[in-house]
Design a protein around this ligand. Structure first.
Ligand SMILES: C=CC1=C(C)c2cc3[nH]c(cc4nc(cc5[nH]c(cc1n2)c(C)c5CCC(=O)O)C(CCC(=O)O)=C4C)c(C)c3C=C
Ligand SMILES: [Fe+2]
Ligand SMILES: [Fe+2]
Length: 347
């Protein structure tokens, strides 16, 4: 008797980014910030303090100010973080072909991770590979996506086989595409210095993630090794080193900095040096032409286009700098699409 053909076994891929408001209007921004800033992995305070402090005070004050910035960022296609994510999903799906089903979700707001996982379940995939789109692991970004995904699938009757790509700080395609993009800018203008500005996190977050107290926020992070594989600071330094090597930069030709600290009355220190403080000092050192990278992101968003591309440019020029240029993010660059597909296939 002929054996029945085995059902087609497809692999589900879930690409996840952080999330963005549904519109740049204050009520939608408020809803987004309420979800984001009450996540215990982002604001690691007891829930009894976090909810009243952030929902009751911080978010109502911040939402109208953030909404104004989102209005500057918004395009005809909506929020860049969202449309670049959807473009990437489409391109990776085309690259991987019919043996894969690629879905896209956001940790906060829409499209939700829940909906994206349900799409994969409805497609009867054999197993799921989750790729949080954060190159460097942080408990507040990658860790939060992992927790959310596990929360959702653990409640399904049939729990799928699932794996996570937790960090790609040194991935050749991630580095290689940023090198390509940087060289394109360097061909148009002569730069004195390169600034690699990463999203900041509280120092406490790094120390809490340190295995066997290996990390002391000092020279321990200068090499990336088995003891600090998930140390956010060590991963940022590793990304900078690899980008600098690809661009042919000597150590004195680049600086690693950290941006977007949430100003807190508690004044807890965030990773340093702070980008805004470093860039103001550059012109006095004769550095007048700066190429700026935002390598904690793989898609352009508020943090790249507005904070690095616009606000830091203004600060630099006010301090006497002449030329500040942001390298665009990877978005759905063909080299990056190939790299994401390769990462999935290796998994
Ligand atoms: C690299 C990944 C990210 C980490 C780590 C991260 C930590 C982190 N962020 C905040 C507070 C805010 N971040 C905001 C925007 C934002 N953050 C990331 C990524 C990481 N955040 C992205 C991709 C974006 C942009 C989203 C977009 O819509 O374009 C914001 C909102 C904007 C604002 O009001 O300034 C806040 C607030 C904290 C507190 C934190 C770690 C503790
Ligand atoms: Fe953030
Ligand atoms: Fe360290």
């Amino acid at each position: 008797m002929p054996t029945p053909a085995s059902p087609q076994r497809r692999i589900g891929v879930l690409l996840v980014n952080l999330g963005t408001p549904d519109s740049p209007q204050t009520p939608d921004v408020r809803r987004y910030l309420n979800e984001f800033l009450t996540d215990g992995r982002v604001i690691d305070m007891p829930a009894a303090v976090r909810y009243p402090l952030f929902q009751g005070l911080v978010v109502p004050l911040r939402a109208p100010k953030s909404a104004k910035i989102y209005q500057q960022l918004w395009t005809e296609r909506g929020s860049p973080l969202l449309y670049h994510g959807l473009d990437l999903q489409k391109a990776v799906q085309a690259q991987l072909g019919k043996d894969y089903v690629v879905a896209f979700g956001m940790r906060y707001q829409n499209p939700s991770i829940e909906k994206a996982l349900e799409e994969l379940r409805d497609a009867a995939v054999d197993r799921i590979i989750v790729l949080p789109l954060f190159p460097q692991y942080a408990a507040a970004s990658t860790g939060s996506v992992q927790e959310k995904v596990m929360d959702i699938v653990s409640k399904w009757w049939v729990v799928p086989s699932i794996s996570f790509i937790s960090t790609f700080t040194d991935d050749p395609a991630f580095i290689g595409t940023f090198v390509t993009l940087g060289k394109e800018e360097m061909a148009k203008h002569k730069y004195d210095h390169v600034v690699f500005s990463y999203h900041g996190i509280p120092e406490r977050h790094v120390l809490k993630g340190s295995q066997k107290n290996y990390c002391k926020l000092g020279s321990c992070c200068n090499s990336y090794n088995k003891n600090n594989r998930y140390c956010y600071r060590a991963q940022c330094f590793e990304t900078s080193r690899l980008l600098a090597a690809g661009l042919g930069l000597a150590p004195e030709q680049y600086t690693t900095t950290f941006q977007s600290r949430l100003q807190s009355r508690l004044r807890d220190p965030w990773l340093q040096p702070y980008t805004d403080e470093v860039l103001k000092e550059l012109p006095a050192k004769g550095i007048l032409n700066v190429l700026a990278y935002s390598p904690a992101f793989v898609a352009d968003c508020l943090e790249t286009t507005i904070e690095v591309g616009t606000e830091f440019k203004e600060l630099f020029e006010e301090a006497g700098g002449k030329h500040w240029q942001l390298v665009p993010s990877l978005n759905s660059h063909p080299q990056w699409v190939d790299g994401v597909a390769a990462m999935i296939q290796r998994n």
